[in-house]
Design a protein around this ligand. Sequence first.
Ligand code: RFL
Ligand code: PHB
Length: 394
Amino acid sequence: MRTQIGIIGAGPAGLLLSHLLHLAGIDSVVLEARSRAYVEERVRAGLLEQGSVDTLTEAGVGERLHRQGLAHHGIELRFDGVGHRIPLTELTGKVVTIYGQQEVVKDLIAARLAAGTLSGNPPILFEVADVAVHDVTSDSPRISFTHEGRAQVLDCLFIGGCDGFHGICRGAIPPEIIRTYDRIYPFAWLGILAHSKPVSEELIYARHSDGFALATMRSETVTRMYLQCTPDEDLSLWPDDRIWAELHKRLGCGPELQEGPIFQKGVTAMRSYVVEPMRHGRLFLAGDAAHIVPPTGAKGMNLAIADIRVLARGLERFFANNDATLLEDYSKICLRRIWKGQRFSWWMTSMLHRFDGDDAFEHRVQVAELDYVATSRAAMTTLAENYVGLDYEV
Ligand code: RFL
Ligand code: PHB
């Protein structure tokens, strides 16, 4: 099989890359380890920056997003039992949108399958195995894989390494030319989805002496809630009653926090991770394959989309004008945004979580920081402009 761009991974990064390339008349094939149903049901992120919404809209995949997404103009920070609103739109002129990551994935898969490929290859192959990349420093890299029991090779001109944190692409870059930056936090998030009315129209980020809590949503009838927990938390110790009791306490909510059937529970580890550079020869890493942020800043999927904007434009210029300058600068341009996203996600995480072992001094400093952000227009503008998303370079 032959294509121009071989893409590994059908998450938001790989699918958006394939879609943007198609719009530019560039052929690609996406290889995905999981089934279509699995990637379409995988519960993950939910918050899109204004720029991510604009990117999807301009790419023609924003119709359902605009119909079903919930535009938010502010968030609430709650600490010492009192709520403080950060008016995002008033401070920045931008909105953020709640729309589940798996809905973005469904929209992109539908668009890719409907459009097909110029080469006549299937646009996406699901349930591939044994994926490996070869000759990435040559002009004709290859991807070998097994599909439906048959060993195959995809010959291409470039490879998009969009296979997430546990993929194989990052490992294909020799360790001597790659540098990694890693921080593992001493806590995790227990996340739930429940059939219940959201406690508030806007998201609530709550700091409590027993740990962080976040109240978010997926629709007017489905709530998404997170509780700080230990990295090895045993879910069997968290029956629904305990989850609701803990949410009531940490969010400081009364009857406005409506309980309902919980239909999904999971534990998410918290990590900050970056590799530099994000390119080796003709292999380009994008999204979680190259960087991970703790979810407190809601930046993961948004950073993946920002990487893909640069990569798709770089490839477009290469094929249209034989101009490789943007591809040469890919890593540098992406990393400038990634590190700001890292800083913001680390800062939100540090400010809102309980750190075991912190003494009374650190506790007071943490509350003072929240109080400062909640009362200084300059400080809340800093939070707001990072939260809604910094302007793109490309
Ligand atoms: P993905 O989505 O992990 O997709 C990678 C794909 O590659 C496939 N794959 C392979 N395919 C072929 N061969 C192999 N060897 C393969 N190995 C892996 C995988 O099956 C998968 O389909 O990476 P991508 O596209 O870079 O997207 C990144 C986002 O998924 C991630 O950053 C976000 O989910 C992070 N995140 C959030 N981001 C936001 O922007 N806003 C949020 O509100 C937000 N909240 C969150 C989050 C992540 C969370 N969890 C569960 C980690 C909340 C949570 C709880
Ligand atoms: C979500 O809706 O899942 C969500 C929102 C904001 C975050 C993290 C997750 O910071």
